[in-house]
Ligand binder design. Structure first.
Ligand code: SAM
Length: 217
C-alpha cells in the first residue's frame, strides 16, 4: 500500500484511540513520517510504534506524540520549546501548528540529520540548538526568554527547574518523569506562585541525559 494511504489509516487509528483535536490530526495527515525514518525501517513508518533512529534513540510512537500535542492545546501564536529533536518528525508536526519552535538535541549527528530534512521540506519557523536541553535554552536566538509551551521527549528523574523558569505564567509543559524503565506523563501549568502538576498516564521514553535530568548516565 502507498505511504499516502498508510498515512490516512494511521490518522484514522489516532482518532479511534482518542485523538480528537482536528488541528493535530491534520498535522499528522500532512507530515510524511517516512522522511524521518531510516531506510531499513521505512516500510514500518506508518505503524503506530516507536522506531530506531540510530545512536540508541527512537522516533516516538505517533499516538504519544499526538497525545502530547493535544494536551498542550497548541495555538498559532505559540512559541514552543522542544527538548529532544530526535528525528525531527515531532518538530515538523508542531511547527505546522504554532508560530515558532525552538528545538534542542544533545546528539550532534541526529540534530544535523533532522535539520537537513526540515530544511529540505522548507520548514521556516524552526530554530535549532545542539546541547543539554535539561537546562532549557537560555539566550535563545531569535531572542525568547519564556515559552508558551514546552514539550520534553525524553524521561527525566524529576521536573527540571530551568524548564519551569523558562515557561510563561499560564504556559504548559508536558514531560515524562520517573524511573529509567517506567515513567508517567506530567502536564505542568505554570502559576504566579509555582506550578500545578497533573499526572496523565504511564509511559516509557529514552532518558533525558543532562545536568537537570539523568546527570550520571
Ligand atoms: N520526538 C522525537 C521524534 O519525533 O523523533 C523523538 C525524541 S527521542 C524519543 C528523545 C531524544 O531526546 C533523543 O534524540 C535524545 O538524544 C534526546 N535527548 C536526551 N537527553 C537530552 C537533553 N538533555 N537535551 C536534548 N536532547 C536530549
Amino acid at each position: 500500500m502507498r505511504f499516502d494511504d498508510q498515512r490516512i489509516i494511521l490518522v484514522e487509528n489516532l482518532r479511534k484511540k482518542g485523538i480528537n483535536d482536528e488541528k493535530v490530526l491534520a498535522a499528522f495527515s500532512n507530515e510524511e513520517r517516512d522522511l524521518f525514518v531510516p531506510e531499513e525501517f521505512k516500510r514500518l513508518s506508518y505503524l503506530d510504534q516507536a522506531l530506531n533512529i540510530g545512536e540508541g534513540q527512537t522516533i516516538s510512537q505517533p499516538f504519544i506524540v499526538a497525545y502530547m500535542m493535544q494536551v498542550l492545546e497548541l495555538n498559532d501564536n505559540d512559541l514552543v520549546l522542544e527538548i529532544g529533536t530526535g528525528s525531527g518528525y515531532q518538530t515538523a508536526l508542531i511547527s505546522s501548528l504554532v508560530k515558532e519552535v525552538y528545538t534542542v538535541e544533545r546528539i550532534k549527528s541526529l540534530a544535523w540529520k533532522a535539520r537537513k530534512i526540515l530544511k529540505k521540506i522548507e520548514k521556516k519557523n524552526i530554530y535549532f540548538k545542539i546541547g543539554d536541553g535539561s537546562k532549557g535554552w537560555i539566550d535563545a536566538y531569535p531572542i525568547c526568554e519564556e515559552f508558551d509551551k514546552i514539550i520534553v521527549s525524553a524521561g527525566s528523574p524529576g521536573i527540571p527547574e530551568p524548564l519551569i523558569s523558562q515557561l510563561k505564567i499560564g504556559g504548559k509543559m508536558i514531560i515524562p518523569s520517573g524511573e529509567l524503565d517506567k515513567q508517567v506523563l506530567n502536564l505542568i501549568t505554570k502559576k504566579e506562585d509555582g506550578y500545578q502538576k497533573e499526572v496523565l498516564s504511564e509511559c516509557l521514553f529514552v532518558p533525558l541525559i543532562g545536568k537537570s535530568g539523568w546527570n550520571n548516565l
